[in-house]
Ligand binder design. Structure first.
Ligand code: RRO
Length: 322
């Protein structure tokens, strides 16, 4: 029987499938439910210093292809999450903090506090697409470099960056250089694809209320984008990658592993199905790994093969039409 456990940054995960920060991980009840579930870790909602109730509702919409959100960083605030850390420890799975400070110095302060509280890994979220008046840090390379270098000084625990999707070769290369320079230990890619719009044609209106209807796209809509980001960063960096985007089946998780991910983050599918999604995903991942002759996620990592091409002009009847 193939296993689904993994080790990244010296931390053992009972499953390669974990929750993506932001998906059903805000309240103490959400976090307990993740502990109780077959999720490979408990990732705490991206945290700010103060409690935030987030954007106006409706701020989440899901359809057969995925989801759009403009949550606006609702979270309990660092003090409450620090209280929960020792309580959540009893689930014996990694605890991962995620931070996105509002003011200068907030991230450093929160990282110091989470470090002291004893979380296993820390994600610096450089890519929330839904904060009015704030761009995504991950699209500003100098600001990202400065932020990651400053955070690096605060903790020796495994620290990584949650990245926005990139679409251009130079962006991948430059961000990879920033991650190398600043000593990141892992990469989480992708955050939702920001500033997208879903329309309800019957009502002739936008699906979500905040930010003029614009929000971050997730789910199956974005899987090819997330696979490309995982694959590109795996070619450029020798770091573990948590692949996020479009994981709603064991086969989706397998594709992320082939592309170079060590673990996968589940967002839309977790919100739609609840934490029981991990039971299904683990069973499906075991099956697909076995079918392909791999004994676990690590064995499948990066095994993606290039497609053999035929020089143009020497087409076979089957390829001629394209
Ligand atoms: O809370 C949000 O609006 C949010 C965040 Br912090 C994030 O990183 N990604 C996202 O899609 N939504």
């Amino acid at each position: 029987m193939a296993e689904v456990s993994i080790e990244i940054c010296g931390v053992r995960f009972p499953s390669a499938a974990i929750n993506a920060a932001g998906a059903k991980d805000v309240s103490a009840g959400d976090l307990e439910a993740l502990g109780q579930s077959e999720a490979g870790a408990i990732v705490i909602k991206t945290t700010t210093k103060a409690f935030r109730s987030g954007n106006d509702l409706p701020r989440w919409h899901t359809d057969g292809m995925g989801s759009i959100n403009s949550m606006g960083l609702p979270n309990l605030g660092i003090e409450r999450y620090l209280e929960l850390v020792p309580v959540l420890r009893r689930w014996n799975k990694p605890l991962i903090a995620s931070v996105s400070g509002i003011e200068e110095g907030d991230n450093e302060e929160m990282i110091a506090a989470y470090d002291k509280a004893g979380v296993d890994m820390i994600e610096v979220n450089l890519s929330c697409p839904n904060l009015a008046g704030k761009g995504q840090l991950g699209y500003d390379l100098d600001a990202s470099r400065e932020m990651l270098a400053s955070c690096r000084k605060i903790t020796k625990r495994p620290m990584g960056a949650k990245l926005p999707p990139y679409f251009d070769g130079f962006q991948f290369e430059r961000m990879a250089a920033v991650l190398k320079e600043t000593g990141a230990d892992f990469v989480v890619t992708i955050n939702s694809v920001g500033n997208t719009l879903i329309i309800d044609p019957e009502k002739e209106e936008k699906m979500i209320a905040p930010n003029g209807g614009f929000g971050g796209l997730g789910g199956s809509y974005v899987k090819p984008i997330s696979l490309a980001n995982v694959h590109k960063f795996s070619q450029l960096l020798d770091l573990p990658i948590v692949g996020v985007g479009g994981v709603s089946s064991g086969v989706d998780a397998f594709e992320h592993l082939l592309a170079g991910a060590s673990a996968v983050g589940v967002g839309t599918a977790l919100v739609n199905e609840g934490p029981a999604v991990f039971t299904r995903l683990n069973a499906e991942l075991r099956t697909v790994l076995e079918e392909h002759g791999y004994d676990g996620p690590a064995a499948a990592r990066g095994k993606l093969k290039d497609k053999t091409g035929t020089p143009a002009g020497k087409e076979t009847p089957a390829t001629q039409a394209r």
